[in-house]
Design a protein around this ligand. Structure first.
Ligand SMILES: NC(=O)c1ccc[n+]([C@@H]2O[C@H](COP(=O)([O-])OP(=O)(O)OC[C@H]3O[C@@H](n4cnc5c(N)ncnc54)[C@H](OP(=O)(O)O)[C@@H]3O)[C@@H](O)[C@H]2O)c1
Length: 320
Protein backbone atom coordinates (compact mmCIF):
# COMPACT_ATOMS: atom_id res chain seq x y z
CA UNK A 1 0.00 0.00 0.00
CA UNK A 2 1.36 3.40 -0.99
CA UNK A 3 2.62 5.67 1.77
CA UNK A 4 0.17 8.40 2.78
CA UNK A 5 -0.87 10.54 5.75
CA UNK A 6 -3.40 8.24 7.41
CA UNK A 7 -4.28 10.13 10.58
CA UNK A 8 -5.80 13.49 9.72
CA UNK A 9 -7.02 16.22 12.06
CA UNK A 10 -9.23 18.97 10.64
CA UNK A 11 -9.67 22.32 12.39
CA UNK A 12 -12.82 24.29 11.52
CA UNK A 13 -14.77 21.38 10.03
CA UNK A 14 -18.14 23.13 10.25
CA UNK A 15 -16.86 26.37 8.74
CA UNK A 16 -17.53 27.66 5.24
CA UNK A 17 -14.51 25.94 3.74
CA UNK A 18 -14.13 23.29 6.45
CA UNK A 19 -17.47 21.69 5.53
CA UNK A 20 -16.22 21.13 1.99
CA UNK A 21 -12.92 19.73 3.28
CA UNK A 22 -14.73 17.35 5.62
CA UNK A 23 -16.92 16.16 2.74
CA UNK A 24 -13.83 15.64 0.57
CA UNK A 25 -12.15 13.72 3.41
CA UNK A 26 -15.20 11.47 3.81
CA UNK A 27 -15.37 10.94 0.04
CA UNK A 28 -11.88 9.41 0.07
CA UNK A 29 -13.55 6.08 0.92
CA UNK A 30 -14.55 6.20 -2.77
CA UNK A 31 -11.69 8.20 -4.32
CA UNK A 32 -8.91 6.34 -2.43
CA UNK A 33 -10.62 3.08 -1.33
CA UNK A 34 -7.36 1.29 -0.47
CA UNK A 35 -6.03 4.14 1.66
CA UNK A 36 -8.49 4.62 4.52
CA UNK A 37 -8.16 7.77 6.61
CA UNK A 38 -8.72 8.10 10.33
CA UNK A 39 -10.26 11.54 10.71
CA UNK A 40 -10.33 13.66 13.86
CA UNK A 41 -11.88 17.08 14.29
CA UNK A 42 -10.91 19.92 16.58
CA UNK A 43 -13.49 22.41 17.80
CA UNK A 44 -13.56 25.20 20.42
CA UNK A 45 -15.04 24.64 23.88
CA UNK A 46 -17.72 27.26 23.23
CA UNK A 47 -18.49 26.15 19.68
CA UNK A 48 -22.04 25.33 18.65
CA UNK A 49 -20.82 23.52 15.53
CA UNK A 50 -22.54 20.24 14.63
CA UNK A 51 -20.65 17.45 12.90
CA UNK A 52 -21.94 14.42 11.01
CA UNK A 53 -21.65 10.94 12.49
CA UNK A 54 -19.52 8.82 10.19
CA UNK A 55 -17.42 5.67 10.73
CA UNK A 56 -14.31 7.47 9.42
CA UNK A 57 -14.59 10.19 12.10
CA UNK A 58 -12.70 8.75 15.02
CA UNK A 59 -12.56 11.65 17.51
CA UNK A 60 -13.96 15.10 18.07
CA UNK A 61 -11.61 17.07 20.33
CA UNK A 62 -13.47 19.91 21.99
CA UNK A 63 -11.48 22.35 24.10
CA UNK A 64 -9.54 25.56 24.47
CA UNK A 65 -7.53 26.17 21.31
CA UNK A 66 -5.22 28.50 23.23
CA UNK A 67 -4.27 25.70 25.67
CA UNK A 68 -1.10 23.90 24.59
CA UNK A 69 -1.94 20.80 26.68
CA UNK A 70 -5.34 20.41 25.03
CA UNK A 71 -3.71 20.85 21.62
CA UNK A 72 -0.93 18.37 22.41
CA UNK A 73 -3.49 15.73 23.39
CA UNK A 74 -5.52 16.31 20.23
CA UNK A 75 -2.45 16.38 17.95
CA UNK A 76 -0.81 13.24 19.36
CA UNK A 77 -0.37 10.56 16.67
CA UNK A 78 -1.73 12.79 13.91
CA UNK A 79 0.16 12.64 10.62
CA UNK A 80 -1.33 15.78 9.14
CA UNK A 81 -3.30 18.75 10.42
CA UNK A 82 -5.51 20.75 8.07
CA UNK A 83 -6.31 24.20 9.39
CA UNK A 84 -9.51 25.69 7.99
CA UNK A 85 -9.69 28.06 10.93
CA UNK A 86 -11.65 31.30 10.71
CA UNK A 87 -9.87 34.28 9.12
CA UNK A 88 -10.55 36.04 12.45
CA UNK A 89 -8.35 33.53 14.30
CA UNK A 90 -5.41 33.10 11.95
CA UNK A 91 -2.82 33.99 14.58
CA UNK A 92 -4.07 31.20 16.86
CA UNK A 93 -2.34 28.90 14.39
CA UNK A 94 1.07 29.91 15.75
CA UNK A 95 0.60 27.97 18.99
CA UNK A 96 -0.93 25.10 17.00
CA UNK A 97 2.10 24.96 14.69
CA UNK A 98 4.55 24.97 17.54
CA UNK A 99 2.69 22.24 19.48
CA UNK A 100 2.25 20.14 16.31
CA UNK A 101 5.97 20.28 15.54
CA UNK A 102 6.91 19.32 19.10
CA UNK A 103 4.55 16.34 19.23
CA UNK A 104 5.72 14.87 15.92
CA UNK A 105 3.00 15.82 13.43
CA UNK A 106 4.46 15.39 9.93
CA UNK A 107 2.58 18.03 7.96
CA UNK A 108 0.61 21.18 8.80
CA UNK A 109 -1.62 22.65 6.10
CA UNK A 110 -1.89 26.33 6.91
CA UNK A 111 -5.10 28.34 6.84
CA UNK A 112 -4.13 30.15 3.67
CA UNK A 113 -6.78 29.45 0.99
CA UNK A 114 -6.80 32.86 -0.60
CA UNK A 115 -4.63 35.33 -2.47
CA UNK A 116 -0.92 34.89 -3.06
CA UNK A 117 0.62 35.52 0.35
CA UNK A 118 4.07 35.70 -1.18
CA UNK A 119 3.06 38.60 -3.44
CA UNK A 120 4.38 41.45 -1.31
CA UNK A 121 2.56 44.14 -3.30
CA UNK A 122 -0.68 42.54 -2.14
CA UNK A 123 0.21 41.51 1.40
CA UNK A 124 2.02 44.63 2.52
CA UNK A 125 -1.10 46.76 2.85
CA UNK A 126 -3.86 44.26 3.66
CA UNK A 127 -4.20 43.34 7.31
CA UNK A 128 -5.63 39.82 6.80
CA UNK A 129 -2.84 38.98 4.35
CA UNK A 130 -0.25 40.34 6.77
CA UNK A 131 -1.50 37.80 9.33
CA UNK A 132 -1.31 35.02 6.73
CA UNK A 133 2.24 36.13 6.05
CA UNK A 134 3.14 36.22 9.75
CA UNK A 135 1.86 32.65 10.19
CA UNK A 136 3.62 31.48 7.03
CA UNK A 137 6.94 32.95 8.18
CA UNK A 138 6.45 31.43 11.63
CA UNK A 139 5.67 28.01 10.14
CA UNK A 140 8.78 28.19 7.97
CA UNK A 141 10.91 28.98 11.02
CA UNK A 142 9.42 26.17 13.15
CA UNK A 143 9.64 23.64 10.33
CA UNK A 144 13.29 24.60 9.79
CA UNK A 145 14.19 23.25 13.19
CA UNK A 146 11.82 20.25 13.39
CA UNK A 147 10.82 17.27 11.28
CA UNK A 148 7.40 18.80 10.52
CA UNK A 149 6.75 20.43 7.17
CA UNK A 150 4.09 22.94 6.22
CA UNK A 151 2.06 23.31 3.03
CA UNK A 152 -0.40 26.01 2.04
CA UNK A 153 -3.03 26.10 -0.68
CA UNK A 154 -3.40 29.35 -2.61
CA UNK A 155 -6.63 29.37 -4.61
CA UNK A 156 -7.73 32.97 -5.09
CA UNK A 157 -11.29 33.95 -4.13
CA UNK A 158 -13.95 31.40 -3.21
CA UNK A 159 -16.24 32.05 -6.17
CA UNK A 160 -19.64 30.93 -4.84
CA UNK A 161 -19.21 32.24 -1.32
CA UNK A 162 -17.90 35.67 -2.20
CA UNK A 163 -20.63 36.33 -4.77
CA UNK A 164 -23.45 35.12 -2.55
CA UNK A 165 -22.07 37.12 0.37
CA UNK A 166 -22.22 40.34 -1.68
CA UNK A 167 -18.43 40.55 -1.91
CA UNK A 168 -16.27 41.38 -4.96
CA UNK A 169 -18.70 44.27 -5.56
CA UNK A 170 -21.69 42.11 -6.57
CA UNK A 171 -24.96 42.48 -4.68
CA UNK A 172 -27.70 40.02 -5.61
CA UNK A 173 -30.24 41.77 -3.39
CA UNK A 174 -30.24 44.87 -5.62
CA UNK A 175 -28.72 43.28 -8.76
CA UNK A 176 -26.04 45.97 -8.62
CA UNK A 177 -22.31 45.67 -9.15
CA UNK A 178 -19.69 48.16 -8.07
CA UNK A 179 -16.94 47.99 -10.69
CA UNK A 180 -13.60 48.97 -9.17
CA UNK A 181 -11.06 50.87 -11.29
CA UNK A 182 -11.20 49.45 -14.84
CA UNK A 183 -12.93 46.24 -13.75
CA UNK A 184 -10.70 44.47 -16.26
CA UNK A 185 -8.06 43.22 -13.84
CA UNK A 186 -7.90 39.42 -13.92
CA UNK A 187 -7.87 37.55 -10.64
CA UNK A 188 -8.01 33.87 -9.69
CA UNK A 189 -11.25 32.37 -8.40
CA UNK A 190 -11.95 28.79 -7.35
CA UNK A 191 -14.90 26.58 -6.61
CA UNK A 192 -14.75 25.65 -2.93
CA UNK A 193 -15.25 21.99 -3.82
CA UNK A 194 -12.12 22.14 -5.99
CA UNK A 195 -10.14 23.77 -3.19
CA UNK A 196 -11.24 21.10 -0.72
CA UNK A 197 -10.46 18.26 -3.10
CA UNK A 198 -6.97 19.61 -3.84
CA UNK A 199 -6.27 20.11 -0.13
CA UNK A 200 -7.27 16.56 0.78
CA UNK A 201 -5.17 15.17 -2.05
CA UNK A 202 -2.07 16.39 -0.18
CA UNK A 203 -2.76 13.59 2.36
CA UNK A 204 -1.98 11.09 -0.38
CA UNK A 205 1.23 12.75 -1.59
CA UNK A 206 3.42 12.78 1.53
CA UNK A 207 6.63 13.19 -0.47
CA UNK A 208 5.46 16.39 -2.17
CA UNK A 209 4.60 20.00 -1.32
CA UNK A 210 6.97 20.16 1.67
CA UNK A 211 7.50 23.74 2.77
CA UNK A 212 5.54 24.96 -0.22
CA UNK A 213 2.58 27.08 -1.11
CA UNK A 214 0.71 25.25 -3.86
CA UNK A 215 -1.25 27.24 -6.43
CA UNK A 216 -4.59 26.08 -7.80
CA UNK A 217 -7.31 28.02 -9.57
CA UNK A 218 -10.59 27.05 -11.21
CA UNK A 219 -10.89 30.22 -13.33
CA UNK A 220 -9.03 33.46 -14.11
CA UNK A 221 -11.57 36.25 -14.54
CA UNK A 222 -12.19 39.96 -14.11
CA UNK A 223 -15.18 41.69 -12.52
CA UNK A 224 -16.42 42.49 -16.03
CA UNK A 225 -16.16 38.80 -17.05
CA UNK A 226 -18.37 37.90 -14.07
CA UNK A 227 -20.81 40.63 -15.06
CA UNK A 228 -21.02 39.37 -18.66
CA UNK A 229 -21.74 35.84 -17.39
CA UNK A 230 -24.37 37.13 -14.95
CA UNK A 231 -26.12 39.12 -17.66
CA UNK A 232 -26.21 35.97 -19.81
CA UNK A 233 -27.89 33.74 -17.24
CA UNK A 234 -29.68 35.91 -14.67
CA UNK A 235 -33.30 36.36 -15.72
CA UNK A 236 -33.61 39.14 -13.15
CA UNK A 237 -30.86 41.15 -14.88
CA UNK A 238 -29.45 43.18 -16.46
CA UNK A 239 -27.31 44.18 -13.52
CA UNK A 240 -26.96 47.86 -12.69
CA UNK A 241 -23.34 49.10 -12.81
CA UNK A 242 -21.85 51.66 -10.44
CA UNK A 243 -18.30 52.74 -11.27
CA UNK A 244 -16.01 53.13 -8.23
CA UNK A 245 -12.31 53.34 -7.57
CA UNK A 246 -10.35 50.95 -5.38
CA UNK A 247 -9.22 54.05 -3.46
CA UNK A 248 -12.87 54.74 -2.60
CA UNK A 249 -13.28 51.13 -1.44
CA UNK A 250 -10.11 51.25 0.66
CA UNK A 251 -11.31 54.44 2.39
CA UNK A 252 -14.70 52.85 3.02
CA UNK A 253 -12.99 49.81 4.57
CA UNK A 254 -10.75 51.95 6.79
CA UNK A 255 -13.77 53.93 8.00
CA UNK A 256 -15.68 50.74 8.85
CA UNK A 257 -12.73 49.28 10.75
CA UNK A 258 -12.32 52.60 12.56
CA UNK A 259 -15.95 52.33 13.68
CA UNK A 260 -15.37 48.76 14.92
CA UNK A 261 -16.93 47.00 11.92
CA UNK A 262 -14.43 44.28 11.05
CA UNK A 263 -16.11 43.66 7.68
CA UNK A 264 -14.09 46.71 6.62
CA UNK A 265 -11.14 44.30 6.45
CA UNK A 266 -12.95 42.56 3.60
CA UNK A 267 -13.27 45.88 1.71
CA UNK A 268 -9.52 46.27 2.19
CA UNK A 269 -8.92 42.86 0.59
CA UNK A 270 -10.98 43.63 -2.51
CA UNK A 271 -9.59 47.16 -2.85
CA UNK A 272 -6.09 45.73 -3.21
CA UNK A 273 -7.12 42.65 -5.19
CA UNK A 274 -8.91 44.68 -7.87
CA UNK A 275 -6.46 47.60 -7.94
CA UNK A 276 -5.16 48.08 -11.47
CA UNK A 277 -1.41 47.61 -11.71
CA UNK A 278 -0.93 45.87 -8.32
CA UNK A 279 0.10 42.22 -8.53
CA UNK A 280 -1.00 39.92 -11.30
CA UNK A 281 -3.28 36.89 -11.55
CA UNK A 282 -1.02 34.17 -10.15
CA UNK A 283 -1.76 31.79 -13.03
CA UNK A 284 0.54 34.13 -15.01
CA UNK A 285 3.38 34.08 -12.49
CA UNK A 286 3.15 30.74 -10.62
CA UNK A 287 2.94 27.10 -11.63
CA UNK A 288 -0.65 25.89 -11.22
CA UNK A 289 -0.79 22.32 -9.88
CA UNK A 290 -4.50 21.61 -10.39
CA UNK A 291 -4.01 18.33 -12.24
CA UNK A 292 -1.39 17.04 -9.81
CA UNK A 293 -3.88 17.58 -7.00
CA UNK A 294 -6.74 15.88 -8.82
CA UNK A 295 -8.75 18.89 -9.99
CA UNK A 296 -9.20 20.55 -13.36
CA UNK A 297 -8.72 24.02 -14.69
CA UNK A 298 -12.17 24.97 -15.94
CA UNK A 299 -13.13 26.71 -19.19
CA UNK A 300 -15.28 29.67 -20.20
CA UNK A 301 -18.43 27.62 -20.87
CA UNK A 302 -18.18 26.00 -17.49
CA UNK A 303 -17.73 29.42 -15.91
CA UNK A 304 -21.12 30.52 -17.25
CA UNK A 305 -22.63 27.27 -15.92
CA UNK A 306 -21.13 27.87 -12.47
CA UNK A 307 -22.48 31.44 -12.44
CA UNK A 308 -25.88 30.04 -13.44
CA UNK A 309 -25.68 27.66 -10.48
CA UNK A 310 -24.86 30.56 -8.16
CA UNK A 311 -27.86 32.56 -9.41
CA UNK A 312 -29.99 29.46 -8.79
CA UNK A 313 -28.59 29.11 -5.27
CA UNK A 314 -29.44 32.73 -4.56
CA UNK A 315 -32.99 32.24 -5.80
CA UNK A 316 -33.61 29.20 -3.59
CA UNK A 317 -32.48 31.17 -0.60
CA UNK A 318 -28.80 30.74 0.16
CA UNK A 319 -28.78 34.43 0.95
CA UNK A 320 -26.59 36.08 3.51
N1 LIG B 1 -10.45 32.86 -0.70
C1 LIG B 1 -11.53 33.36 -0.15
O1 LIG B 1 -12.37 33.98 -0.81
C2 LIG B 1 -11.74 33.14 1.31
C3 LIG B 1 -12.91 33.60 1.92
C4 LIG B 1 -13.09 33.32 3.28
C5 LIG B 1 -12.12 32.62 3.97
N2 LIG B 1 -10.98 32.20 3.34
C6 LIG B 1 -9.96 31.43 4.05
O2 LIG B 1 -10.45 30.09 4.24
C7 LIG B 1 -10.07 29.60 5.53
C8 LIG B 1 -11.31 29.20 6.30
O3 LIG B 1 -12.17 30.33 6.40
P1 LIG B 1 -13.76 30.15 6.63
O4 LIG B 1 -14.40 31.41 6.14
O5 LIG B 1 -14.19 28.84 6.08
O6 LIG B 1 -13.79 30.13 8.20
P2 LIG B 1 -15.08 30.28 9.13
O7 LIG B 1 -16.22 29.57 8.54
O8 LIG B 1 -15.26 31.73 9.48
O9 LIG B 1 -14.56 29.58 10.48
C9 LIG B 1 -14.08 28.24 10.46
C10 LIG B 1 -14.05 27.71 11.87
O10 LIG B 1 -13.01 28.32 12.63
C11 LIG B 1 -13.25 27.99 14.01
N3 LIG B 1 -12.80 29.11 14.84
C12 LIG B 1 -11.70 29.13 15.63
N4 LIG B 1 -11.54 30.31 16.22
C13 LIG B 1 -12.55 31.08 15.81
C14 LIG B 1 -12.93 32.42 16.10
N5 LIG B 1 -12.21 33.21 16.90
N6 LIG B 1 -14.04 32.91 15.50
C15 LIG B 1 -14.78 32.14 14.67
N7 LIG B 1 -14.47 30.84 14.38
C16 LIG B 1 -13.36 30.33 14.94
C17 LIG B 1 -14.75 27.66 14.10
O11 LIG B 1 -14.86 26.26 14.31
P3 LIG B 1 -15.46 25.64 15.68
O12 LIG B 1 -16.71 26.40 15.94
O13 LIG B 1 -15.67 24.21 15.32
O14 LIG B 1 -14.40 25.86 16.68
C18 LIG B 1 -15.28 27.98 12.71
O15 LIG B 1 -16.34 27.15 12.30
C19 LIG B 1 -9.24 30.71 6.17
O16 LIG B 1 -7.89 30.44 5.90
C20 LIG B 1 -9.66 31.96 5.43
O17 LIG B 1 -8.67 32.97 5.40
C21 LIG B 1 -10.79 32.44 2.03
Amino acid sequence: MADYFKNVLLIGAAGDLGQHILTALLETTTTHPTQPLTISLLTRSNSTAKFPTHPSIAHIHKGDIKDQYFLAKAFKNQDIIISAISPYALLDQKLMISVAAKIGVKRFILGEFGMDTRDEALTDSVRVFQQNREVLDYAAEVCNSSSMQYSGVICGAFLEMTLLDAEMGFDFETRTVEIYDSGEKKIEVSKMKDVARATVEICFQPGKWRGELVYVSSFTVSQRDILVALDKVDEKGPWKVVERTTEWLKNKGDKRVGEGDMMGLVDEIWAMTFRDGVGEAFSKTRRLVNEELGIFRRGEEEFVEVIKGIVGEWEVGRKK
